[in-house]
Design a protein around this ligand. Structure first.
Ligand SMILES: Cc1ncc(COP(=O)(O)O)c(C=O)c1O
Length: 364
């Protein structure tokens, strides 16, 4: 006799986390789309200050951080939800919106947490393949919306393909989605896109009560280890619902303090974005120069083939990834993310990027 678990434990896929966390600093960690630099200035001191009161529970209303975000985005603080990472908001949104008989629509390949949302709730997942340009096919997604649809996710820029759609296309899509269906636009990487001003999509959340813009402090703000994400919602009821399904103290005190401080350093953030984009353009050119296919990148990572003409199978993919790891470079194999023979490589520091290119050149 063993413990009897809920049915969903058999359904839930294992999240394909990157390895390498126990390895030394000499590795170029290009597998998890993290920032290669530390937190913005002032964050260390803010965390030290918050530590002094760590015997207290964190503010369950996240009010200081919500007010800071409200000022930054000119958005009602009542319509801003906070999470222990934006993953926390995704999983809570699943719990709040989905159930057996309901449907969730998302593109594929896309972020590995989306399949969990259906599996955890018993809802039906409708995956719509990316188009030939590795981008969301919004017409095809629209065609999948039925009376059972509760949630549609558009990952913009998309993980793992790094492609983004212009705001006007997303805006036209939102216009056509029924008002009772939540449209969650996952903008974890929006700051790195050159297609539109990252603040421009706020207008969607102002005009449409069913829109939620999901963002994070894990990427451009370099705070992945602290876990803090946020949602700019079209309707306060989304925040209330995701708070209802969670434990009360879902965002720790250090994360709240760090995020609030990080928001004050927008100039530093802009400089980091510029550096990342400059590196991205250089890397794209180099990879194409090696004869590899590279999706049009708008995030802090690249989605690229590991050979030409689709000649890389699972074994060859593993050989290349292992060869890179021997050279102390970790990237993410495409097979685990939905496309064999491809890989997702995070933009690192200039030195890390050079090491990646030199190692890859020896292997492909
Ligand atoms: C598209 C996308 N959304 C959300 C997240 C979640 O990030 P976090 O939970 O660190 O905010 C990630 C992380 O990789 C991501 O790629």
């Amino acid at each position: 006799m063993s413990i009897e678990f809920a049915d969903k434990i058999r359904r839930l896929p294992t999240y394909p986390t990157a390895g390498g966390y126990a390895l030394g600093d000499e590795y170029a960690m290009l597998a998890s789309n993290e920032a290669p630099y530390g937190p913005p200035s002032g964050v260390q001191e803010a965390v030290d200050r918050a530590m002094r009161n760590i015997n207290r529970y964190p503010d369950p209303s996240n009010m200081r951080l919500r007010r800071a975000l409200a000022a930054r985005y000119d958005h009602d603080p009542g319509k801003i939800a906070i999470g222990s990472g934006s993953c926390d908001i995704l999983l809570s949104a699943a719990e709040a919106l989905l159930e057996p008989g309901a449907e969730i629509v998302y593109a594929w390949p896309s972020f590995s947490v989306y399949p969990h949302m259906a599996a955890a709730t018993g809802a039906r997942a409708i995956r719509v393949p990316l188009n030939a340009e590795h981008a969301h096919d919004l017409d095809a997604m629209l065609a999948e919306i039925t009376v059972a649809t509760r949630l549609v996710i558009v990952c913009n820029p998309n993980n793992p393909s790094s492609t983004a759609l212009p705001l006007d296309e997303i805006s036209a899509f939102v216009e056509r989605v029924p008002r009772n269906v939540c449209v969650l636009i996952d903008e974890a990487y929006c700051e790195f896109s050159v297609l539109d001003d990252p603040d421009a999509s706020l207008d969607l959340a102002r005009r449409h009560s069913n829109v939620v813009l999901l963002r994070t402090f894990s990427k451009v703000y370099g705070l992945a280890g602290l876990r803090c994400g946020y949602a700019l919602c079209g309707d306060e009821r989304f925040r209330v619902a995701v708070e209802q399904v969670r434990q009360p103290f879902f965002c720790n005190a250090l994360a709240q303090a760090a995020a609030e401080e990080a928001l004050k350093h927008q100039d530093e953030i802009t400089r980091r974005v510029e550096q990342t984009i400059a590196e991205r353009i250089g890397l794209e050119e180099e990879l194409r120069g090696m004869g590899l296919e590279v999706a049009d990148a708008q995030a802090n990572f690249l989605w690229h083939s590991l050979g030409s003409n689709g000649d890389v199978d699972a074994t060859r993919e593993r050989e290349i990834l292992d060869g890179l790891a021997e050279r102390k470079v970790l990237i993410r194999a495409g097979g685990a993310l939905g496309r064999e023979g491809w890989a997702r490589t995070t933009i690192g520091t200039p030195a890390e990027n050079r090491r990646f290119l030199d190692a890859l050149r020896e292997l492909v």
